[in-house]
Design a protein around this ligand. Structure first.
Ligand code: SAH
Ligand code: MG
Length: 190
């Protein structure tokens, strides 16, 4: 299962979640009985399909701005027969207007916009909901800046550090960091 998407991602350099990261996320969803999920950054639908496969009463809304990836995701959602449980939206998530409440908001899009996504979509978070953000390590560059090779990477590392500071000083949420995959943050309302 899912090998087709994993291979496509590898061949086409699509940054889908790392194996232990997605396993951790799926276990978390199972253990916390999470049913309504909003994902920012669908790419080819891999993580949405994995999350939806945890249990057949899970519903997901997921937003992707890149048309090529969106089309690939639509294909995959069809292939895995999840059309009725995964609602994929082609849009820039900075502008999307979405109604409803979610138990989990999973942020996995452009790292520089994490603070914006976090603030914007907190409005759609259920009272006991949580926000999980991916790629807090950025391939180890956040913890070891000597690994940084390009200006672009430096910019992203700076943005991730700003996001971590935003989380650590947040008055409404408490965050724990988990060393799986590329590093994830789990934020809960205080
Ligand atoms: N969650 C996916 C991987 C997402 S990769 C998985 O693990 O399977 C990040 C994706 O976010 C990319 O496809 C990129 O096009 C998308 N993205 C980046 N900024 C975005 C934005 N502002 N709105 C919507 N999608 C965005
Ligand atoms: Mg990611």
């Amino acid at each position: 299962m899912f090998k087709d998407m994993e291979e496509y991602a590898k061949e086409n350099r699509v940054p889908i979640m790392l194996p232990d990261g997605i396993d951790y996320l799926c276990n978390y969803i199972k253990e916390h009985n999470i049913k309504r999920i909003l994902e920012i950054g669908s790419a080819i639908g891999y993580s949405a399909i994995r999350m939806a496969s945890v249990s057949d009463d899970i519903h997901i809304a997921t937003i992707e701005k890149d048309e090529v990836r969106y089309n690939e995701a639509v294909k995959n959602i069809n292939k895995y027969n999840l059309v009725d449980r995964i609602n994929i939206i082609l849009d820039d998530a900075l502008n999307t207007v979405i109604g409803g409440e979610f138990d989990l908001i999973f942020i996995d899009a452009s790292k520089g916009n994490n603070i914006n996504f976090f603030k914007k979509y907190s409005a759609n978070l259920a009272k006991y909901g949580i926000i999980i953000t991916d790629n807090l390590f950025f391939h180890g560059l956040v913890n070891d800046e000597s690994l940084i090779q390009t200006k672009n990477q430096r910019g992203i590392v700076r943005k991730i550090k700003e996001f971590i500071k935003f989380l650590d000083t947040n008055e409404d949420f408490v965050t724990e960091y988990i060393s799986v995959g590329d590093g994830i943050a789990i934020s809960k309302r205080k």
